[in-house]
Design a protein around this ligand. Sequence first.
Ligand SMILES: Cc1cc2nc3c(=O)[nH]c(=O)nc-3n(C[C@H](O)[C@H](O)[C@H](O)COP(=O)(O)OP(=O)(O)OC[C@H]3O[C@@H](n4cnc5c(N)ncnc54)[C@H](O)[C@@H]3O)c2cc1C
Ligand SMILES: NC(=O)c1ccc[n+]([C@@H]2O[C@H](COP(=O)([O-])OP(=O)(O)OC[C@H]3O[C@@H](n4cnc5c(N)ncnc54)[C@H](O)[C@@H]3O)[C@@H](O)[C@H]2O)c1
Length: 465
Amino acid sequence: MAESDEFDVIVIGAGPAGENVAGRTAAGGLSTAIVERELIGGECSYWGCIPSKTLIRPGDVIAAAKRVPGAAEAVTGAIDVQAALARRDYMTSSWDDSAQVPWLEDTGIALVRGHAKLTGPRTLEVTSGTGTRTLTARKAVVLATGTTAVVPPIPGLAEADPWTNRGVTEMKEVPDRLVVIGGGFVGAEMAQAVRRLGASEVTVLEGGPHLLSREEPFAGEEVGKAFAAEGISVRTGVRATAVKRHDDGTVTVTLEGGDEITADQILVATGRKPHTDDLGLENVGLAPGKPVEVDTKLRATGPADNDWLYAVGDVNGLALLTHMGKYQARILGDVLLGKDIEDRSSRDVVPRVTFTDPQVCAVGLTEKQARERGLEVRVLTYATGGVSGAYTSGDGIEGTSQLVVDTSREVIVGATFTGPGVAELLHSATIAISAQIPLSDLWHAVPSFPTVSEVWLRLLEAYGL
Ligand SMILES: Cc1cc2nc3c(=O)[nH]c(=O)nc-3n(C[C@H](O)[C@H](O)[C@H](O)COP(=O)(O)OP(=O)(O)OC[C@H]3O[C@@H](n4cnc5c(N)ncnc54)[C@H](O)[C@@H]3O)c2cc1C
Ligand SMILES: NC(=O)c1ccc[n+]([C@@H]2O[C@H](COP(=O)([O-])OP(=O)(O)OC[C@H]3O[C@@H](n4cnc5c(N)ncnc54)[C@H](O)[C@@H]3O)[C@@H](O)[C@H]2O)c1
C-alpha cells in the first residue's frame, strides 16, 4: 500500500550525523522526518566507536595499572573475556535500537523505517517490509547514509567470509589467531584489543611503510614498536595475493613473495566506501557509488541549481569521524534554519584520536601536508613522557608531542601527541588551531602542574618564547 507524506526536511540515515541534523531542524521548528533501514544510531553506536572503544578499555586499564608500582602488583589475573563481551553487549544494547525511539518521539521527528531511494528532486521512495512510501521535502533532503567497509579484490578474500568492522565488534569469542589486513584506525585499534583480550597470535599486514598512514610517520612507528613489545606482529609494505578459508575453519593468507600466514579469523580493515550505490543518485544527476561532494554549506555540488540536496557525515567523504559528522550536522541545521554560517573545520581542522596504546592524537595538518600547501613551517617536538605529569602517572610513559607552526603567522597549523592516555590533551590543540591563537598569546595559557599538558610549555620554549 502506498502512502504519501510531506515534510520540510527529510534526512536519510539515522547515524550520528543524521540524528544531529534532524534534532537541530526539528528544534528550530521545521517539520522533520528521518529514514533508517537498519538501527537508529548508525555504525558508530553498534559496529564502530562504541563497541570498539568498549573492547579496547579493559586492556587499556590493565596496561595503565601495570605502569604504576603498587598497582601493578595487584594485577594478578587475566581479563575476564565474558565480562568484557557482556559489557560490549550492554553498550550496544545488544544491537537493539528501541531505547532511541523515545528521543525521536520527544523531539517531534517522524521516524520512517526502510530503505530510501531518491526518485527526483525533493522526492524519495522508502521501501520496507510493509510496502513503499513516497516522501516529499519542501525545503531539503539531507543524505547522511554513512559508509561500509571496503573488501579489496584479493582472490579468495570475499569467499573466506572475513570479519569487517562488523564481525570484529560483534565477536562472540576471541579468536586464538587473528590476521588483520590494513593497519589504519580500525586495524590498529582492533589488533591490539584482540591481542589484549587473549589472542595468542595477531598479525597486521599493512601495504604502506608504517601503521596509521594518515598520521605523522613517527606515530605509526611508535605504535608499531609498542605492538612488537606486546607480541603483535606487524608486517609493512606487504601485499596479500590470495586468501583461502579451509574446511576446518582456519584461514590462510598468501603474501607476495610466497609467505603464508594461517589464522583462525581474518579482519579486513582497508578503508570505507560510501552508501551511495543504491540511493537513486542517478535520478538527480549524481554518480552512484561515490562520496557526495559538498560546499561549505554542506550542499551537494553536483546537481545544477541545487537548493535542496545536502550531505553530512561519512557520506560526503570529508572526514570519516563521528564528531565531524555531528559538527557538519550542527552547521547544516543552522544553514537550513536560515543562519549565515559555514563549515570551517572539516577540511583542515579535523581532530582525530586512534585509541591504541600509545594513543595517537592529532589535529590539523601533518608536516608534509603543511609543506605541500607551500606554508613555511617549523616543527617543534618534545617527549610526552618528559614532564612531571607523565612521571606521576606511571613508569615508562613514552611518546612524542609535536607542533607544526606556520612561521609567517606564528600560529599552529598541526599538532600530534602520542603516548598512553593523551586523548584529552588534544582539544587544547584543536582550540589553538581553529581559533588561530598566536604563539605569543598561548604563552599566557598556563598548564597545571603536574599534568601532561606541560608539554605545551616545553614546546613553546622550544620555539623561543
Ligand atoms: C570500528 C570503527 C571504529 C570507529 N571508531 C570511531 C571513533 O572512535 N571515533 C570517531 O569519531 N569515529 C569512529 N569511527 C567512525 C564512525 O563510526 C563514523 O564516522 C560514523 O559512524 C559516521 O556517522 P554517519 O552518521 O555519517 O554514518 P553512519 O553511522 O554509517 O550511519 C548511516 C546510517 O544510514 C543508514 N542508511 C544508509 N543508506 C540508507 C538508505 N538508503 N536508506 C535508509 N537508511 C540508510 C545506515 O543504515 C546507517 O544507520 C569508527 C568506525 C569504525 C568502523
Ligand atoms: N578512533 C577513531 O576515530 C576511528 C577508529 C576507527 C575508524 N575510524 C574511521 O574509519 C575510517 C576507516 O578506517 P580504516 O582503518 O578502515 O581505514 P584507514 O584508511 O584508516 O586505513 C586503511 C589502511 O589499510 C591499508 N590498506 C589498504 N588496502 C590494503 C591492502 N590491500 N593490503 C594491506 N593494507 C591495505 C592502507 O594503507 C591504510 O593504512 C578511518 O578513516 C576513520 O576516519 C576512526
